[in-house]
Design a protein around this ligand. Structure first.
Ligand SMILES: N[C@@H](CCC(=O)N[C@@H](CS)C(=O)NCC(=O)O)C(=O)O
Length: 291
């Protein structure tokens, strides 16, 4: 193993503000708002405050899938939360998610707004509200929840572990990269073995488990995350690749991936979504002046 500088932790940890690397300006050891800022509210029953990270995409894919099924009650306004600029610490956002992370949903369809935070909880809320992408048959429902919660517990090792140390940390630590590469590959193998048995994670049907897992692990095998496709040899996970390709064929998935996106091709960036027609008229390639 290569040498890394020795560090002996002091008796009591103190916050070194300059030591957060790429995220130094947003990371803090305390919760709560940093400033007063109301959230905007649009005309639709569902108000989403988000960004097109893998966690954010889960919800926009779900909403687009619900609309594609004809659930008009799933119409939504998707507002952009710029986490690099600290929008998640505004008082309005913290009121919807005390954990200050996207995605956060305000369901205003009833007499009193319901707040929902944590992407897994949002998927369950929407699936139950519309009776879609989550069966009531006990065995398949248990399988669906098992994979959904597997994703919620596992992806932090990919994002906060592998992705952080491979792509973002100011220094490369072999120990950390080894540890989290091993775990990320193990998780891909877990999925690959499951997807050798069935078309989708919960069985024959596409469910919220697939919607939760796709942006992370589909993103890894498609080479969208951390530039790590070769490093992780993702082509080895043939069943995950087949499953990801099938999901990517779905028009709702392709639309959902564009919402609140601020990187990549301009034609794939719809910063805010307030109407179905926004996909035709408001992606950044339509807005940016033609050269
Ligand atoms: N477990 C949460 C994780 C959400 C999360 O980590 N969101 C990130 C972006 S993917 C975020 O908002 N980070 C801002 C911050 O940490 O200040 C969920 O699935 O909703």
């Amino acid at each position: 193993m290569t040498d890394t500088p020795e560090y002996t932790p002091p008796k009591v940890w103190t916050w070194n503000k300059g030591n957060g690397g790429r995220f130094a300006n947003i990371n803090r050891p305390i919760a709560g708002p940093t400033h007063d800022k109301e959230l905007p509210v649009g005309r639709h029953p569902l108000q989403l405050y988000s960004l097109a990270t893998p966690n954010g995409q889960k919800v926009t894919i779900m909403l687009e899938e619900l609309l594609a099924l004809g659930h008009a009650g799933a119409e939504y306004d998707a507002w952009l939360i710029k986490i690099g600029e600290g929008d998640q610490f505004g008082s309005g956002f913290v009121g919807v998610n005390p954990n200050s992370k996207i995605p956060a949903l305000l369901d205003r369809s009833g007499p009193k707004p319901i707040r929902v935070f944590e992407s897994g909880a949002i998927l369950v809320h929407l699936a139950e509200k519309f009776g879609a992408f989550l069966t009531t048959e006990p065995r398949a429902r248990a399988e669906c929840f098992s994979w959904l919660f597997w994703q919620m517990g596992s992806a932090p090792y990919v994002g906060g572990g592998f992705g952080h140390f491979y792509a973002y940390a100011p220094m490369k630590f072999e120990y950390a990269i080894d540890r989290f590469s091993m775990e990320t590959k193990r998780q891909l193998d877990v999925l690959d073995r499951r997807l050798a048995e069935s078309a989708y994670l919960a069985g024959d049907e596409y469910t919220i488990a697939d919607i939760a897992v796709f942006p992370w692990y589909g993103g890894l095998v498609k080479g969208w995350l951390y530039g790590a496709a070769e490093f992780l040899q993702v082509h080895e996970y043939k069943n995950v690749m087949r499953w990801a390709d099938a999901i990517l064929e779905r028009p709702a998935v392709r639309r959902g991936r564009k919402v609140n996106r601020v990187n990549g091709e301009l034609s794939d960036q719809l910063h805010e979504r307030h109407d179905a027609s926004d996909f035709d008229t408001k992606t950044q390639d339509k807005i940016a002046p033609k050269k």
